[in-house]
Structure formats: C-alpha cells, structure tokens
Design a protein around this ligand. Structure first.
Ligand code: SF4
Length: 214
C-alpha cells in the first residue's frame, strides 16, 4: 500500500493501482472513454486528465501509476478547460442523433458533454460518415457514432481472439472496421454492445424481438 493525496486529502491505495483507479475508488469524478477495468489500458481518449504536483503538464490518469505521496488534483479550472476541449474535439466527428440513438440516456458521451462540455458549438463543417456494414450475427453497427476509443479492438484481441478488427484509414477518414471481410462469429461479440461507450453497436436480437412485439 502507498499513501497518496487527492484534492488535499490523504488516502491509502495498493501500489499497483493507477491514478484513475485511486480516484474512482474514492469517489472522485474523472471522466473516461477508452479505459475499462477488464481490458488492457490504451490511454488514447485523453479525457481522464488530472494535475499531478511537480508535473509541468496535465497527466493522463489511466496510464499513470500511483507512487508514494503523489499529490493529485481532479477539479482545477485547467483540468475542466482541457476536458471541455477534448469533448469538443470528439464531438467534431460525432453525429448529434441522441434522440434516435439506442444508447441515448445511457451514453457516456452524452453524460460527460452535459457535465464537462461547452454549451456553445463552434463547428459548422460537414461531419464524417461511415457506411453501415454487417459485422456478424449478433451486432448491428452504426460506426458514424464511433469515437475511436478502441475498447472494441482491445476486447476482441483479448477475449474473442479476433485479430481482424482494427482502425483503418488515416485522419478524418480513419474508422474501426473488420479486415478481409471476416465476420465476428464469437458468442462473446455481443459484449461489444455493452462495452462501447457510445451507440456504435446495437444488438440484432434485441431489435428483432422489438419488431416481433410490434
Ligand atoms: S465502436 Fe465503440 S468501442 Fe469501438 S472504438 Fe468506436 S466508440 Fe470505441
């Protein structure tokens, strides 16, 4: 165990925890998209920023390991400004279709946008779109909603042993896709619906049941 300081209060946590895990355990709100406790850490969404005393810049809390007497701040004006900028960048390529999205009401992006985002839009350009494709028997995809957190690719590598899901293209044209048209056949692929922090995946079975009831 090591002693750490979060927002000027002392706590004790296991030495192999990350700063994000310590903040989460003690109830400090730090937003995250790419981090998931059951899959390997990527640190690519850059929204879980915190201040660490002695560090010249904000730190990504999900990749930073705690050390003895580390002093962490989670609620300074510079952190809120940085989180607002990250959200603005993510929303640059995310459609504002919350009223018709399957994830609406249970969406991390929706929640964090209302909590940490700006109330003004500076974006008037056309947003990138991605064609709807079939990926397998269990999941529907609307990849235009994807925020490139890569949770699905890391999960498929670790648990489904599927090496055909990844990021293709570059810059504005980059998208999560399957390679060589290999459909995801694993029964665990249904977990991607829950794992995705936005509504890029939905369950084929759930939709079919809804149609049967109607
Ligand atoms: S589809 Fe969902 S889980 Fe996969 S990268 Fe995009 S937002 Fe993340």
């Amino acid at each position: 165990m090591v002693n750490i300081i979060i927002n000027k209060k002392f706590y004790s946590v296991p030495s192999n925890w990350t700063v994000y895990q310590a903040c989460f355990f003690y109830g400090f709100i730090v937003p995250r998209f790419c981090f998931h406790e059951r899959i390997i850490v990527a640190g690519n969404c850059r929204i879980c920023l915190v201040e660490v005393k002695g560090s010249p810049k904000l730190e990504v809390s999900c990749t930073k390991q705690v050390i003895s007497n580390i002093s962490i701040i989670t609620d300074s004006p510079s952190i809120f400004k940085a989180q607002e900028i990250v959200l603005e960048f993510i929303l640059k390529s995310h459609p504002l279709d919350c009223p018709v999205c399957d994830q609406g009401g249970a969406c991390d992006l929706q929640n964090y946008s209302s909590q940490f985002g700006s109330n003004k839009s500076r974006f008037f350009e056309e947003k990138p779109t991605v064609k709807i494709k079939s990926w397998g028997v269990l999941i529907n995809t609307i990849m235009t909603r994807c925020i490139s957190c890569t949770r699905c690719t890391r999960f498929s590598l670790e648990y489904i042993e599927n090496k055909f899901l990844g990021m293709v293209g570059r810059g504005n044209s980059s998208e999560i896709s399957i390679f060589q048209q290999r459909l995801i056949r694993s029964i665990f692929s249904g977990n991607l619906v829950d794992l995705c922090p936005v509504g890029a995946f939905s369950s084929k079975f759930f939709k079919q049941k809804c149609f049967l009831v109607l």
